[in-house]
Design a binder for this molecule. Structure first.
Ligand code: NAD
Length: 470
């Protein structure tokens, strides 16, 4: 495998002047080096993106649609190669990693055909009032490590469709797939319309303070989201923030435990639980509590945890040291609150360091916890008797990304789902996301929405064209 990675700046692949190691979380060993952007690299990328915005790109919609089709084809063709990088730097099983890239190619194809809204607000003998959507300018796209390619493409699609140009920076834990994506798409995109920089958190902060940037589209943690909103304030940059969640799932007594348990399990543990909309708290009616917990424990026992490159692996390692520490804290917290862990998180190799990168592979076996204490803030499986109380507990959080209700009565589920304070309330499922359906959080889980026409609006400024008929 080629282990040389470059920034994409102004249509050129630019070698880094400084580098940092990228670790494979399944081995704990560095396997490639990522270029770490300097201030000068960033200045070049911003100047190039601003220049490209001022050119044909922002005015030529047909060119942009053709470009998105071409990008989709090129990314689809590179899915195996880029997916392997996702597997190695992120940890998820290879099939899921390749699936992430193929899904990203489809997202670009969807955006190639999405309409850009245009409304005629008035048309009569006196005036014609039209509402048009204009691109904002240079977009800073900053992404996390759990779905490095999908989260980037969910920004690229609508940003490019509407005529913006982009400077992207992936997470330092998973930068290589985004750099490889930039290199692969270079031939499909007019020079400087998309720039991709490898870099640390500091590079992200430079981007959000940069005067060329008119829009920050960010996916990541709540603390960083708050910093970004502060950084954007002085210049009134537009922001979309897709942040963390603490999703509840409420299981009613009329479910079939054997049927719902596998869906609940994968709703919690897909991507080793490293999903913003993973189920993080499970409220189960006491009539079905025991069978649901037993089924979850059995699934946790059977699931194959391992290196994502091994063909039978279902769950890969935890991506990085700090994240593994958080998982351990959750388990300890629930145990202290009286919970019983039936299948605990464990680590192979030497103990964790506090560094951002694991010194050894960080494995966490899917862990089913049960507790009698409903006051424990992070107890994954909590029995309840009173539904109103369970709903109140589910909403008692600063987060509001997703939530779900599980019941044999779908109509009742739809009613109850609307009592959850979250951007997406599912019934009998969790985590389904579509390029055409708006996605985002209430409360601390975010600001604005991605996907569909709502996501497209986030990359536009509204302009009223008000013409008097003379
Ligand atoms: P993070 O906030 O630490 O980092 C995300 C990105 O921000 C990285 O590229 C990082 O380098 C950059 N960054 C860090 N500090 C910055 C700063 N001061 N200014 C600008 N950029 C900065 O988050 P993470 O740990 O990489 O990602 C995991 C988080 O992302 C979890 O909380 C998860 O729930 C959330 N997430 C949310 C969604 C969603 O759509 N709502 C999707 C995926 C992940």
């Amino acid at each position: 495998m080629d282990t040389t990675f470059s920034h994409l700046i102004d249509g050129e692949l630019i070698a880094g002047r400084q580098h940092f190691d990228v670790v494979n979380p399944a081995t704990g060993a560095p396997f490639a080096r990522c270029p770490d952007a300097t201030r000068e690299d960033l200045e070049r990328a911003m100047a190039a993106a601003a220049r490209a915005f001022a050119g044909d790109w922002s005015r030529d919609e047909a060119l942009r649609r053709r470009t998105l089709v071409h990008m989709s084809e090129v990314l689809g063709a590179a899915a195996d190669e880029i997916g392997r990088l996702v597997c190695m730097e992120q940890g998820k099983p290879l099939a899921a990693a390749v699936g992430e890239v193929k899904g990203a190619a489809q997202i670009l194809r969807v955006y190639a055909d999405e309409p850009i809204p245009r409304d005629v607000l008035r048309e009569d003998t006196k005036a014609r009032v039209t509402l048009v959507r204009k691109p904002l300018g240079v977009v800073a796209a900053i992404t996390p490590w759990n779905y490095p390619v999908a989260t980037l493409v969910m920004k690229l699609g609508p940003a490019l469709l509407t005529g913006n140009t982009v400077v992207a920076k992936p997470s330092p834990f998973t930068p290589l797939s985004s750099l490889a994506l930039g290199a692969a798409l270079r031939a499909a995109i007019p020079a400087a319309v998309v720039n991709v920089l490898g870099g640390s958190d500091e590079v992200g902060a430079w981007m959000t303070a940069h005067p060329a940037v008119r829009k920050i589209s960010f996916t990541g943690s709540v603390p960083t989201g708050k910093k970004i909103m502060r950084a954007a304030a002085d210049d009134l940059k537009r922001v979309t923030l897709e942040l963390g969640g603490n999703d509840p799932a409420i299981v009613l007594p009329d479910v079939d435990p054997a049927k719902v348990a596998p869906r609940l399990f994968w709703g919690a543990f897909t991507n080793s639980g490293q999903v913003c909309v993973a189920i993080k708290r499970l409220y189960v009616h006491e009539d079905v509590f025991r069978p649901v917990v037993s089924a979850l424990i059995e699934l946790a026992r059977q699931v194959k945890v391992g290196d994502g490159l091994e063909p039978d692996t279902q769950l890969g390692p935890i991506n990085n040291g700090p994240q593994f520490g958080r998982v351990q804290e959750l388990v300890e917290d629930a145990r202290r609150a009286g919970g019983r862990s039936r299948w605990a998180a464990r680590r192979s190799g030497p103990p964790a360091t506090s560094s951002r990168r694991p010194s050894s592979p960080a494995w966490a076996r899917a862990c089913a916890l049960s507790t009698r204490s409903s006051s424990a803030p992070r107890s994954p499986v909590i029995p309840y008797r009173d539904l109103d109380d369970a709903l109140a507990q589910a909403n008692r959080t600063h987060y509001g990304l997703g939530g779900s209700v599980w019941t044999g009565n779908v109509a009742r589920g739809e009613e109850l789902a609307q009592r959850l304070e979250c951007g997406t309330a599912w019934v009998n499922q969790h985590m389904t996301i579509s390029a055409k359906v708006p996605f985002g959080g209430m409360k601390w889980s975010g600001l604005g929405r991605e996907n569909g026409k709502w996501g497209i609006e986030e990359f536009c400024e509204l302009q009223v064209v008000n013409a008097a008929r003379t």
